[in-house]
Design a protein around this ligand. Structure first.
Ligand code: GAL
Ligand code: CA
Length: 383
């Protein structure tokens, strides 16, 4: 039992230090008192499960976290789901539901979780206009806390209508696109050959996300305004949606690469899933095959810094991405759910604050990722 308690304390202390976002401070026994309290008594430590003489880990005794993503076909959402599952270890029993891009399906999943007595609900909604219906369900079930993540609820009235509502997402306003724009400016300055036709302008294809998504329009606009504000003129060859999706982006790019070919000086993608589809398309047309040394090269940039993108950044097949920190978002979601269900301050033990814009959102910052620092993004997926 003593051993069990110690490993629970260590797990809790490690989690606390990760959540504090410091990494620089050694994770340790310095505050075992406080962290022990935060960990449910029956919290199973992973190592314990392997020891036959001990009772097996029983997540079934832990409170339920009713979690869901809008679609498991969305790479980035799947990484948040993994992060939620990982952060729930020893804290909640959780099985992240796949909303299958269908709001009715997701509402049923929420009903089921509430009927099972979920201590909190956390979802990336299929359709942000369904937020009031979800809030109503949580309220009717006894003021169950709800945490919206990834798909931000932008209607402040809706957000303000329920005290037990929180949001976890990334930096608002430009949603990472100002960093993306700055990366393009840096690349343009470092690579004069980027201006293939020498006209001083940047011939751009701008591949947008799902138009119904909060971040889509801002990302498309801010990447362009950041570049033009720096005095670089843009000629937009195409600006169209790839719906966050690899196959859809590839299909569009197939047509554009045959129409414009080597006239394209940058393909900006609002996420990595689409950037990977665009890459498939340009490689099929003979571009980028030797990475940055390719004779025929179309610079491509994304957002999210998914693991499958990092190898393409390292090889130079794409110029970079903007890390959207799924791992920290998952930890913050679980910590808020845990704190609130224990009657504590939602941000207890977290090194984050709510945005003051009425969104009740914790906004996890983005970071630029190029071949020089892929390890920063990779570290995000190894915990
Ligand atoms: C964005 C993310 C996209 C996609 C989208 C779906 O934040 O960058 O890759 O996951 O959310 O809501
Ligand atoms: Ca040019």
């Amino acid at each position: 039992m003593r051993k069990k308690l110690i490993s629970v304390m260590l797990t809790a202390a490690m989690t606390a230090s990760l959540l504090a976002g410091c990494g620089s401070e050694p994770a340790q026994e310095s505050q075992p008192q406080e962290t022990t309290e935060a960990a449910p008594e029956q919290a199973p430590a992973q190592e314990e499960a392997a020891q036959p003489e001990e009772a097996p880990a029983d997540n079934g005794e832990l409170p339920i976290l009713g979690a869901g993503i809008y679609s498991s076909t969305d790479n980035f959402n799947s990484y948040i789901a993994k992060a939620i599952t990982g952060a729930s270890d020893g804290v909640f029993q959780v099985n992240v539901d796949d909303g299958q891009m269908d709001q009715a399906t997701q509402l049923n999943q929420i009903d089921t979780a509430l009927a099972k007595g979920a201590a909190a609900i956390c979802v990336s909604v299929v359709d942000i206009t369904a937020a009031p219906a979800i809030i109503q369900k949580c309220q009717d079930a006894g003021n169950v806390p709800i945490i919206f993540f990834n798909k931000e609820i932008t209607d402040k009235e809706v957000v303000g209508s329920y005290d037990n509502l929180y949001q976890v997402t990334s930096t608002g306003g430009d949603y990472g696109a100002a960093i993306q724009g700055q990366m393009i400016i840096d690349y343009w300055e470092a690579h004069p050959e980027m201006d293939k036709n020498g006209d001083g302008k940047l011939q751009m294809i701008n591949v947008m996300g799902d138009p119904g998504h909060t971040a889509s329009q801002p990302r498309a606009d801010y990447v362009e305004s950041t570049i033009t504000d720096a005095g670089i003129e843009i000629e937009v060859l195409e600006r169209d949606t790839g719906m966050w999706d690899t196959a859809k982006a590839k299909e569009k790019m197939d047509a554009w690469v045959s129409k414009y070919g080597d006239e394209i000086e940058i393909v900006v993608c609002a996420n990595d899933a689409m950037a990977l589809g665009v890459l498939q398309s340009v490689e099929a047309a003979g571009f980028n095959l030797e990475g940055a040394d390719s004779e025929q090269y179309i610079p491509i940039i994304g957002i999210d810094a998914l693991p499958e993108m990092l190898e393409k950044i390292e090889s130079g097949e794409v110029i970079g991405s903007v890390l959207q920190d799924a791992s920290t978002q998952g930890k913050v979601i679980v910590a808020i759910a845990h704190n609130v269900s224990q009657g504590k301050d939602p941000l207890d033990g977290l090194d984050f604050e709510f945005d003051t814009d009425g969104s009740k959102a914790v906004r996890v910052p983005y970071a630029a990722i190029t071949a020089e620092n892929v390890d920063v993004a990779a570290a995000n997926y190894t915990e």
